[in-house]
Design a protein around this ligand. Sequence first.
Ligand code: ADP
Length: 363
Amino acid sequence: MKKNTFHKILREFSSFLLFFTVVGFAVTCCMMLFLTVLSADTGIVYTSENIENAAKITFLNVVIITVLFKTADFIRRKIMVDKPVKMITDATEKIMNGDFSIRVKSIHGSGMEGFNQVGESINAMAEELSGIETLRSDFIANVSHEMKTPLAVMQNYGTLLQAPGLSEEKRIEYAKTITESSRRLADMMTNILKLNRLENQQIYPNLAEFELGEQLCESLLQYESLWEKKNIEIETHIDDGVFICADGELLSIVWNNLFSNAFKFTEEGGKVTLSLTADENYATVKISDTGCGMSAEVGAHIFEKFYQGDTSHATKGNGLGLALVKRVIDIMEGEIGVESTVGVGSTFTVKIRRNANGLEKDG
Ligand code: ADP
C-alpha cells in the first residue's frame, strides 16, 4: 500500500474516533444528568413530574452543548476555511489585475493539505503568467526598437529626396537607402510572422521524402553571387542518396539562415564548408565558416529572439534568424549545436531524424 494512502486512512480513522468520542461524551453526559436529576428528587420512584423536570434540565444541557459546539465550529471555520478562501480570492483578484508577483503562503496544520495544493497551483500559474508577460513586453520593446532605425532612415532620406535640384546620383543613392530600409522592415515582419506561426504551432510537419543533399545544394546556390563577390571559397562533402522524410519547407528555413550567417560573418577570401553524413536513423549537416567566430558568452545567447552578438553586422539582420532555426529544429525533435572560436570561425551542426514519421503530427 502506498504511504500516502496509508496516511489518508489513518487520518480518516482518527477523525472518526474524535467524532465518536465527542458524540459519546455528550450523549453519556445527557443520560447521566437525566438519571441524576431523576433519582435526586425521589430516589428510585419516578413520577411524571420529576421525569418532566429531569427532561427540561437535560434539554437545557443539550442546548448549552450545541451552542458550545457551534461556537467551536464557527472558530474552526474562520481559521480553516474562511481565512484560506480569502487568501485565495485576494491572490486571484491581484492576478486578474495584472500583479503576477503575488504568492499564496502555505498554511501549516493537518487538514490544510487541500488548501496548500490549490495555493501551489495558483503560485505556479502566477509564475508562468509573469514569464509570459515579461516575454511579451520584451518582444514589444524589441520590435519597436528594431522598427525605429529603418523608419528613421526612411524619414530622413525621404526628406532629403524632396530637396530641389538634387543630382541624379544622389537621388538614386537616397532612393536605394529607402528601399534597403523598407526591405529590412519587411524581412523582420516576415520573420516575426513565421516565428509566431511556429510558436503557436499552427504549422504542422508536412512530411514528404526528398534528397537532403539536393536541398542543401539548392539553398547554398542562392548565395552564389554573394560568395563570388566576397571571393569566398566553397567546399562540400555530401554523402550521396541521403533521403529523408521531413517537412522540406520548414527545413529550408534552417539551411537558409545558417548559410546566410556563414556568408555574412565571413570576410573576403574566407571559406565556407558544407558537409552531410548520415547513418540509418539520423542525418548530420555541418556548416562551417572561417568568419569572425563568437565567444562562449555570445554563443550562449544566439538562439534567443532579437539577440545580436555582432553589432557590426546588425543592419543586415534582426536577431530572429537563429531563433527561427531553433524553433524548427525543436518541432522536428532534432538537435543543433555550435562550436566557435573568435577570429577563427564557427561550425553549426544539425542532427535530424531521417524519418520524421515518428513525430507527433500536432507537434
Ligand atoms: P542576425 O540575423 O542578426 O544575424 P541571428 O539570429 O541569425 O541574427 O544570429 C544571432 C547572432 O549570432 C548574430 O548576431 C551573431 O552574433 C551570431 N552568429 C550567428 N551565426 C554566426 C556565424 N556564422 N559566425 C559568427 N557569429 C554568428
